[in-house]
Ligand binder design. Sequence first.
Ligand SMILES: [Zn+2]
Length: 273
Amino acid sequence: MNTPHNPTQNRLLAELELAEFHRLSPHLELVDLARGDVLYQADGKMMYVYFPTTATISVDFVLEDGGTSEIARIGNEGLLGVSLFMGGLSSSGRAVVQMAGYAYRLRAARLMEEFYHKGPLLRLRLRYTHTRLTEISQLALCNSHHSTRQRLCRCLLQMLDRSSSDEIAVTQESIAAMLGVRREGVTDAAGWLQNLGIIKWRRGHVIVLSRAGLDAHVCECYATVCHATSRLLPDLPTVPRAGTHAWRPAVGLPVPVLYRPGAQAKPLWVRGI
Ligand SMILES: [Zn+2]
């Protein structure tokens, strides 16, 4: 493993005040998430909150007929597990890893302890919740008013924003599940974008050839959600932030360890101090 990992690669953790960050950091566990890993089942108990760094997680609703529709997508700008600090102990949707990568997880019980400090993390979480609600409302609007072509552009742009390259590992089936449409609808929209020279879709991979092309055809929902996210972290008090300091665990405290969900919580790798 060559890439150094750091909790401040998650923007919410990077915005914490140093004192708060030092309280939390010994409890953060680095997890290696594979595409398709299910982190929460619908109505399942939420044992952890997840702060993605390089992974992207989709939250979707599963209907009785097996159909799905994505209600949120979470990358390094956010966290998975918002409903825990709003009093919910189980997840209303299913959370699935959409792009493989890493995240830090924190035990739900530890999060609630921190909640009672009523510090900056509380303010940050409430603001983040507001942003998520904006995104969910906008997605509901988008699903009922905008075309599959426009929604595919939105979906690809949001994935591109969370990707380190112009190539995204995703299948047309999973896009159809995210958008809650038939696969044929995605095939039609993808063919249209390919004919315009905006994307190239190989088996299981999309290469974005022209971001400007996606921008030109996307509905306004993409900009609305971007704007809500950009207002998330602007004006906390001027104190040292975790993201502005080289991170290392406090001396004498346990270091975060890497787990693979479902792998019997066995450490695969321990971060050096
Ligand atoms: Zn839309």
